[in-house]
Ligand binder design. Structure first.
Ligand SMILES: Cc1ncc(C[n+]2csc(CCOP(=O)(O)OP(=O)(O)O)c2C)c(N)n1
Length: 797
């Protein structure tokens, strides 16, 4: 080991030559991708026709990214360390594409982009071009699990990737602009949840190249003492490298990387040899200060570019039209001496090729970055064993999520290395606490005797950051493992953008045959809008449903199980699925239970169904009204409304339809779960009016039923941003989705009304008035509402 460390820390001249050659080649290919559509090897003087008509891409970050890549590759060659590379500034896409190309992986996956002159030209032309590849480190880039398009998530992805991955090192370059984002600032805390015995390691490299798109960065302009103090405060051992001198920077970076790696290995080796005192290790990180756009044209038109924000994208513009800029580009490309880097055929020379690690040790070929290849099925217990006993529908109340907690407890036990729950401090509150019978919360900081179910060996991930939870789960699933993110419904909007970005990733990945499907990202929204009566308006927001609905049908799934058995059935399905965003929405409070396990399984398999026991429809002819519902609280209101109609308007035929899989409402051509026209008509008829009580915003239902027969007949009640701290039933009243509103809607919209309808409407209005007075006086709901359960009448047929 000491010899190895010395070799690592002190590259000899020949190694320095190899490192520098690889780096020059990567920089050359980066610039070629941004600028060239011909003459890739500069066999002739550069001319206007060799330049792309649209110059797109980001140069500024790229030389720094490639320098780090070159050095980590050397580390891997010497140590056989398994590593993945995450570029926070993912706009440095051409640098990572260049790396994959130099390592040969790119041509293995995309044979047309061969390692010769023709292939190099294709590499250049495809970049940021129609029909080609995107500009970022996107799904098409081998070795990537992190696009880095929306900045801020590099560390959360890196930490998620190394959980339960003891042999993996995630090298994560953090941009100094990116470091200004909220998610990134919160994500340094990842080490407070890492276990050196069982998890791998993250090596953050904070790249202080000084600028973002159009100005300086905070951390680059801070006194270095403050930066050091900040990072040390986060718990890191800060190793610093600064400069632009060569080969000095190679020498110093090699030494820094060697120091960081040996520290990581020491921490891990001690922990794995049973010599870990359970205190949080001080993990190393590197601060790299190198100029933005390093090795690019220093000045353009007399203005400094290198080392400034002006190098962020394309440092030389108008190259076709401006002979001076063309000459500068020619000189810039030749400064890397391409003739030393690529042979007569255009292939990288032996020296350049020899810098790459072997086979799957190449970071562009890392199996962990194509996690579906490594995915092992979850060993799932039979979910039916956790069933809630339901003797009669709508009679007894239970906390549905408790059953899911019990299921996950046993998933933890059976899968000690590939399943985790991620939750912002609410596992117990969300009634999922049974998992603590199988595992503590993970926590590497100090634990006191007052703390419960928490410690360094725990594997339940609780951190008060939706960004961390979501991002860790993304990193965990993209590297092939399984999990669930459980959160308050309203605060899922904190990480909604991550949901969107991950959906885009999954959608694009599905187009690439070489990317194996990965376990789905399962999101449980509990503590929902309707039952945050105690917390108030800030906690009442069903927005994530809307967000997921707008995602493409090949990735988006939204489930609203009405009770515990449906939740179990849906959860089992989601845990088995691949490459989806599965949104499951159900509240944690005691709620009526409707379906036995067999009925729940059938209902969830169909996604929607008529609840004959709740309605008064005999099935022989069309009903007078269809009362439809999706979501637990509004389902109760719907069933209650149906009972009122049964009791007080005899002869009025009501059909109750519950939708557990929201996407079944869409047409099959709009979503793969969309129910057939025949089934839709069977449930909703073609002409009868539908009063639809929905958990989310009403517009979602209109969006989903668009194009169905006479879609205008759907009258939708849902969350209309009416909320406060109040009683549970008052939430439904304020949003006009209470049982009384639904009855009034049914009467107002039915084409045929028996006698007594006007009286019933008036009674409902009086009930609403009574409610308004009652809650103010008694500070709780009217007993007939609070304790309501379905009467005996419902169980006769
Ligand atoms: C969340 C987010 N906000 C804004 C942007 C637009 N943007 C793209 S690059 C960039 C500057 C990035 O600076 P830095 O992280 O320092 O990267 P580098 O200097 O290495 O290019 C910005 C603001 C973005 N991609 N993501």
């Amino acid at each position: 080991m000491p010899d190895l460390l010395q070799t690592l820390a002190e590259p000899d001249e020949s190694e320095l030559g190899g490192l520098d050659a690889w780096w020059r080649a990567a920089n050359y290919l980066t610039i070629g991708q941004i600028y060239l559509q011909g003459n890739p090897l500069l066999r002739e003087p550069l001319a206007a026709e060799h330049i792309k008509p649209r110059l797109l891409g980001h140069w500024g970050t790229s030389p720094g990214l490639s320098l780090v890549y070159a050095h980590v590759s050397r580390l891997i060659r010497h140590t056989r360390q398994q590593a993945i590379y995450l570029a926070g500034p993912g706009h440095g896409g051409p640098a990572l594409v260049a790396a994959g190309y130099l390592e040969g992986t790119y041509s293995e996956i995309y044979p047309r982009v061969s390692q010769d002159e023709a292939g190099m030209l294709r590499l250049f032309r495809q970049f940021s071009s129609p029909g080609g590849i995107p500009s970022h480190v996107s799904v098409t880039t081998p070795g990537s699990i992190h696009e880095g398009g929306e900045l801020g998530y590099v560390l959360v992805h890196a930490f998620g990737a190394v959980l339960d991955n003891p042999d993996l090192l995630a090298v994560a370059v953090v941009g100094d602009g990116e470091a200004e984002t909220g998610p990134l600032e919160g994500s340094w805390k990842g080490i407070s949840f890492l276990n050196p015995e069982r998890d791998g390691a993250v090596l953050p490299i904070l790249h202080l190249n000084g600028a973002k798109i159009a100005g300086p960065t905070v951390l680059a302009r801070k006194d270095p003492n403050e930066v050091r103090a900040l990072l040390r405060g986060h718990g890191y051992d800060v190793i610093e490298v600064e400069g632009d001198d060569l080969p000095g920077m190679h020498v110093r970076f090699a030494a820094a990387l060697a120091q960081a790696w040996s520290r990581i290995r020491e921490i891990q080796a001690a922990a794995r040899a049973g010599q870990w005192d359970r205190s949080r290790p001080v993990w190393p990180m590197i601060v790299l200060r190198s100029p933005k756009g390093w090795t690019g044209p220093a000045q353009v038109d007399g203005i400094q570019v290198t080392g400034t924000w002006r190098s962020h994208q394309v440092p030389l513009s108008g190259v076709r039209e401006n002979p001076e800029h063309l000459a500068l580009l020619d000189g810039w490309l030749r400064s890397y001496r391409p003739e030393e880097l690529f042979d007569a055929t255009g292939a990288p020379t032996a020296l350049v090729r020899s810098q790459a690690p072997e086979g799957v040790l190449r970071m562009s070929a890392a199996p962990a970055a194509n996690g579906g290849l490594l995915t092992r099925e979850l060993d799932l217990p039979d979910f039916r064993a956790y069933a809630e006993t339901v003797l009669r529908p709508g009679e007894a109340r239970a906390e549905s999520t408790r059953r899911l907690g019990e299921l996950m407890r046993d998933i933890y036990t059976r899968n000690p290395d590939r399943f985790r729950l991620f939750c912002p401090d609410e596992t117990t509150s969300n009634r999922l606490g049974a998992v603590f019978e199988a595992s503590d919360r993970a926590f590497a900081e100090r634990v006191t005797p007052d703390d419960v179910a928490i410690g360094p060996t725990g594997r339940v991930m609780e951190v008060l950051s939706e960004h961390n939870c979501h991002g860790w789960l993304e990193g965990y699933t993209l590297t092939g493992r399984h999990g669930l993110f459980a959160t308050y419904e309203a605060f899922a909007m904190v990480s909604a953008s991550q949901t969107v970005q991950h959906g885009k990733w999954l959608q694009e990945a599905a187009q690439l045959s070489w990317r194996a499907p990965v376990p789905s990202l399962n999101v449980l929204l509990t503590s929902t809008a309707w039952r945050n009566d105690h917390n108030g308006f800030s906690h009442q927001g069903p927005g994530l449903i809307q967000v997921v609905l707008t995602q493409r049908g090949d990735v988006a799934r939204v489930y609203l199980p009405p009770d515990a058995n449906c939740l179990l059935s849906v959860a089992d399905h989601c845990f088995r699925s691949r490459s989806y965003i599965n949104l499951i929405v159900i509240d944690k409070q005691p709620q009526l239970q409707y379906l036995s396990m067999d009925q729940a399984m059938e209902h969830c398999a169909r996604g929607a169904g008529s609840w004959d026991w709740a309605g008064t429809d005999d099935g022989t002819s069309d009903p007078d009204i269809v009362l439809a519902c999706a979501g637990d609280v509004v389902t109760m209101e719907t069933v209650a409304a149906a009972q009122i109609l049964h009791d007080r308007l005899p002869g009025f035929k009501v059909r109750v339809v519950n939708v557990a899989d929201l996407m079944t409402l869409a047409r099959p051509k709009d979503h793969p779960h969309g129910m057939s026209e025949t089934l839709f008509t069977e449930l909703f008829t073609d002409t009868v009016d539908v009063v639809f009580a929905f958990h989310g915003y009403p517009g979602a239902i209109h969006q989903l039923v668009h194009g169905r027969p006479d879609a205008d007949r759907f009258r939708v009640r849902g969350f209309i941003e009416q909320g406060t701290t109040t009683t549970p039933f008052d939430m439904t009243v304020r949003n006009k989705a209470s049982r009384y509103h639904l009855v009034i809607d049914a009467i107002n919209n039915a084409k045929r009304l028996p006698r007594g309808a006007a009286e019933l409407k008036a009674w409902c209005e009086r009930q609403l008035e009574r409610h308004a007075a009652y809650v103010v006086e008694h500070l709780e709901d009217m007993p007939e509402v609070r304790d309501w359960a379905l009467g005996d009448w419902a169980h006769q047929g």
